[in-house]
Each structure stands twice: as structure tokens, then as C-alpha cells.
Ligand binder design. Structure first.
Ligand SMILES: [Fe+2]
Ligand SMILES: [Fe+2]
Length: 180
């Protein structure tokens, strides 16, 4: 069972997420996409969870704005499909930083595995704009620029909250040890 961070709806079973799930179900169960579970993105969040977070908010915002919420959701799932932990791969001499390079890598892997429309390709390859310099061509590509950052904030927040909880229980533990 999965949820996007900040959402109370289970993707696979709630009425509220039913349409979203119908748009991305095949991707979420695809073995190449599932590989993203093996790679960490922001702190303890995997690439898979991060892409689910971005896809869900892409879907909600694009639906609200009357944009193509299906393509936005599907491209969201694929936007970070680069399949490595960027911390483990040293940058080669003359190579662009990971932040600028990975949208193109994700797009190549996505194209090898799925049929993508021009709009979906643009959403994936421009999600790091303005780092990727060329202007997004579609409104949905601007939406992912925002949702990608929003998801990062939620993920870093979840990590900090987890750390504070850990510290809190350690502090309670030490107080209890002193009292006993
Ligand atoms: Fe990315
Ligand atoms: Fe991302």
C-alpha cells in the first residue's frame, strides 16, 4: 500500500485516488520503475516514493488547472528514473553535475521502456528547469518544476521529523533512566 507524502489517501484503495491510480498503475508495477525502490533520493526517501509524491501532486494541480493530469501523473512517475544513487557515482571530468544531467538519463531509460508523448518527454526532461536551460514547452512541465521542489521539502521534513522523534524518545529514555 502506498501514499504520497502529505496525503491521507491510499493510492491503491481510496476513492479519492482512484483516477490517479488508474493513470499510473501499470507504471507503479513495472519492474524497471520498481528498481527505483533500491535508490535513495532525499535522505531516507527512495526515488520510487519521491516519484510517486511528484506524480500525485502533478495530477492534483493539473486536474485543478484543467491541464493534462494523466500525462502529468505518468511523467511524474518517470521523471527521476535514472537508476543509480548519485552519491555513489563520482562525477567524471568535464561532466555536467548530476542535477543537470539526470533528466536526460531518466528520459532515455523511460523511452527504452515506454511509449511517451512529446508532452510527457518534455515534462521529464525539463523538470529541473532552469538548471536545464531550455524553456519548458508545456504548462505541465512548469507544474513539475514546482511539485518536484514541493516533494523535496516534504521528504526533507519527514526526515527531520523522524530524527526529532528519535531524539525525543532518546531524551525520554534518559530521563526515565535517571528517575529509575
Ligand atoms: Fe530530478
Ligand atoms: Fe525529482
Amino acid at each position: 500500500m502506498s501514499k504520497a507524502f502529505g496525503s491521507k489517501y491510499r493510492i491503491e484503495s481510496s476513492k479519492e485516488a482512484e483516477e490517479f491510480y488508474s493513470f499510473v498503475k501499470d507504471l507503479l508495477n513495472n519492474e524497471t520503475v520498481l528498481e527505483m525502490k533500491n535508490f535513495r533520493h532525499h535522505y531516507s526517501t527512495t526515488c520510487y516514493q519521491h516519484c510517486l509524491n511528484v506524480a500525485y501532486y502533478n495530477y492534483l494541480i493539473c486536474r485543478k488547472l484543467g491541464l493534462d493530469s494523466k500525462k502529468a501523473a505518468r511523467a511524474g512517475i518517470l521523471h527521476d528514473l535514472y537508476l543509480y544513487d548519485w552519491r555513489d557515482v563520482p562525477r567524471k571530468k568535464g561532466e555536467m553535475p548530476h542535477g543537470m544531467r539526470h533528466p536526460r538519463i531518466a528520459l532515455e531509460i523511460a523511452k527504452q521502456n515506454f511509449d511517451l508523448s512529446k508532452r510527457e518527454q518534455d515534462i521529464i526532461v525539463k523538470h529541473m528547469w532552469p538548471l536545464t536551460l531550455r524553456l519548458p514547452r508545456y504548462a505541465e512541465s512548469y507544474v513539475i518544476v514546482v511539485t518536484d521542489k514541493y516533494a523535496a521539502v516534504l521528504e526533507i521534513g519527514a526526515h527531520v521529523k523522524g530524527k526529532l522523534k528519535g531524539l525525543g524518545s532518546k531524551a525520554v529514555g534518559s530521563v526515565l533512566r535517571k528517575v529509575s
